[in-house]
Design a protein around this ligand. Structure first.
Ligand code: CTP
Length: 401
């Protein structure tokens, strides 16, 4: 595969396999990739910044607090100005620090700051590889969406011990890189509108009605869709989450504002309505703060809000090819979702059980059922990130990506 124009950030950890990283740089550059290298402190015990710099054709980065490097690109740009981050060799220590989200040197800081796909090529002594702690860290990293190549079985360079722990060969790592870069963008060229978070319905200038939605699931879908190459507009109610990188975020408060922002973001190939939109707003919000007068508590008359999902699903013009709703249910989850699919005339409903026992609202995990005209699929309980990635895969397949 021709990798011209593709940017790869290679992090070289400290292990005897670091010498193979030099050949990996060469193989990537032969294919046209631009390779930037971060050398960990331990990595520098095995290869020098000078040799790496000569082979990469640009200086190697080594220190988090190196004023020259911060001036030059800085750790955040190192993390972002790339198409893929590769860690080779990934030592047991580096994997453990990644699994725990540490950021105490340049390599781990870049790994924590990146929003790009990450591939690790583990290399270590077979006993260290087989240790439950390493296997636990590996599972954690896989759940975070990090891809792995190797390690292979064979004799170890340092100890003549046989077993699994040898770093994958440079050409195997290149193949894994090509796989990730090729397959990673199934939504390239597609535009997706996503709603997320709760809405706030004003009672008066200082008070509002809201709900317990955190926006975690909707934001995760936006992040996954952007990572898959889509152009994403995220229309978000008030949330305490960072804007997902590479996504256009439109911030709104009320259901009416959300509808206007969604309509303004069309046309799109797909729309995903993950927001917990208030069904009712206050019929007449006070222009001034309502005072505690003698009249007793105010009677708040409610007025029905527009149904954004149903409006878009039933639009005569600019209906996205794929309109996906969510159903937050506390009982008869699948039956209610089927009824909602028919009533709102959307294409799919992602139904989740939000009864208090599940801890979905505000939590990090989700158990969902994908309901469409062709049936019901019940997915295993997984993280909201995993639900997002799985949903994005299905969207890509449906849109022919
Ligand atoms: N939705 C919307 N606009 C609304 C209400 C809901 O776009 N005013 C969307 C939500 O984003 C979600 C789906 O509709 O994708 C289902 O919302 P939900 O509140 O669960 O369903 P309701 O239509 O409110 O039905 P019910 O009150 O019977 O649960």
């Amino acid at each position: 595969m021709n990798l011209s124009g593709r940017r790869i950030l290679l992090i070289i950890g400290g292990g005897i396999a670091a010498y193979k990283a030099l050949e990996l740089i060469r193989r990537l550059r032969e294919r046209g990739a631009a390779v930037r290298v971060v050398l960990s402190k331990a990595g520098q015990q095995f290869v020098t910044p000078l040799s790496v710099g000569a082979i990469a054709g640009q200086r190697a980065y080594t220190d988090l607090f190196d004023p020259a490097s911060e001036f030059d690109v800085g750790h955040i740009r190192l993390a972002r100005d790339t198409d893929l981050v590769v860690v080779a060799p990934a030592t047991a220590d580096l994997m453990a620090r990644m699994a725990h989200g540490l950021a105490d040197d340049l390599a781990t800081t870049v790994l924590l700051a990146t929003d790009k796909p990450v591939l690790i090529a583990p290399a270590m002594n077979p006993r260290m590889w087989a240790h439950p702690a390493t296997q636990r860290n590996l599972a954690r990293l896989a759940a975070d969406g990090i891809a792995t190549v190797g390690p292979n079985a064979g004799e170890m360079a340092e100890s003549h011990e046989a077993g699994t722990g040898r770093m994958a060969e440079p050409l195997e790592i290149v193949a894994a890189i090509e796989g990730l870069l090729g397959a990673a963008r199934p939504l390239a060229g597609k535009r997706i509108v996503i709603t997320s978070g709760p809405t706030h319905e004003a009672i008066d200038p200082v008070r509002y009605i809201a709900n317990r939605s955190s926006g975690k699931q909707g934001h995760a879908i936006a992040r996954a869709a952007a990572a898959a190459g889509a152009e994403v507009v995220l229309v978000s109610g008030p949330v305490a989450l960072a804007d997902p990188p590479g996504v256009k975020v439109v911030k709104v408060e009320s259901a009416r504002e959300m509808l206007a922002a969604v309509e303004g973001a069309l046309p799109a190939d797909a729309a995903v309505f993950a927001a917990a939109v208030a069904d009712w707003g206050i019929a007449q919000a006070g222009a001034q703060k309502i005072k505690k007068g003698d009249g007793g508590p105010p009677q708040l008359a409610l007025a029905e809000n527009p149904d954004i999902l149903a409006t878009v699903a039933q639009a005569r013009t600019q209906r996205p090819r794929l309109v996906i709703g969510f159903a937050a249910e506390t009982e008869k989850v699948v039956d209610n979702a089927k009824a909602k699919l028919a009533r709102k005339r959307c294409d799919w409903i992602v139904a989740n059980d939000v009864s208090a026992a599940g801890g979905v609202m505000g939590g990090d995990r989700n158990t969902v059922h994908l309901v469409s005209a062709s049936g019901v699929e019940s997915w295993p309980t997984q993280s909201k990130e995993e639900v997002a990635r799985a949903l994005v895969e299905r969207i890509a397949a449906a849109l022919g990506g």
